[in-house]
Design a protein around this ligand. Structure first.
Ligand code: PGA
Length: 240
């Protein structure tokens, strides 16, 4: 594990962006998994700015989202697909055929999960998985106790996660009880993982990872021992 402690949101986002730029420079047409949430917003802004400055060509990559709410369409502003559009993809100049986003309202959600797996497999698996971290240790929508062997699968969302996500919206949106998410097995199979950890609410989960012992109650600990794990975290979270 390589850990980078950063001071302030600009430095946090800049380090993350540098890793994405490296990935695009080093790997031909990399398959990249993208997170939703407030943590990566600065990263997305920096990538767009770097591209505008001619320092990266985002269209060289192939992009997949990590997760989505079950039952929510991509055109619904609450969807993760809409979030990624708003903060990154719409302005990114990435061609549509380089982007696959989960369709949360697919009539057959299991078939949709399999199709996501097949699309990633067709690119040779994930080269680079960018992850946020839940306060309860979740990665993507893999909540405590979830199996660690899965590809894309359907999962119940904890009340903690539903409440945390409802806070993004002021319109009374009821967060669905289920998500569809790349599983821990699939994420662990990514050749490189970038875990972004920001905010005091993540301190316990980060400490579990740093302790280096796998624990099913803390899904992030599934990443212990990964051969190419990069963690970027707030300096304030550095253990004394
Ligand atoms: P956040 O969410 O980036 O909004 O903190 C991260 C997560 O729950 O995975």
């Amino acid at each position: 594990m390589q850990i980078e402690w950063t001071a302030g949101p600009e430095a946090f986002a800049a380090r993350a962006a540098a890793h994405v730029v490296d990935c695009l420079a080093q790997i031909d047409a990399p398959a990249i998994a993208l997170p939703t949430g407030m943590t990566p917003v600065g990263l997305y802004q920096q990538l767009l700015a770097l591209q505008a400055a001619g320092e990266v060509d985002l269209s060289a990559g192939h992009y997949f989202n990590l997760d989505e709410y079950v039952g929510i369409s991509q055109t619904d502003s609450h969807s993760f697909a809409a979030f990624l559009g708003r903060y990154f993809l719409d302005e990114s100049l990435i061609p549509a055929d380089h982007i696959r986003l989960l369709q949360g309202d697919a009539p057959d959600i299991l078939a949709e999960a399999r199709a996501h797996d097949a699309a990633v497999a067709a690119r040779g698996g994930l080269d680079f998985a960018i992850l946020g971290l839940g306060g309860n240790g979740h990665i993507a929508f893999n909540e405590p106790g979830v199996a660690w062997t899965e590809g894309t699968h359907i999962v119940p969302l904890t009340e903690e996660t539903r409440a945390a996500n409802a806070a993004y919206f002021e319109d009374g949106f009821t967060v669905p009880g289920e998500g569809v998410t790349m599983g821990v097995g699939m994420l662990r199979g990514a050749r490189r993982i970038l875990l972004m950890v920001s905010g005091a609410a993540k301190a316990d989960a980060l400490a579990r990872l740093l302790a280096g012992k796998t624990d099913p109650a803390w899904p992030v600990t599934a990443l212990c021992g990964h051969p190419d794990l990069i963690v970027i975290a707030d300096e304030a979270l550095r253990p004394a």
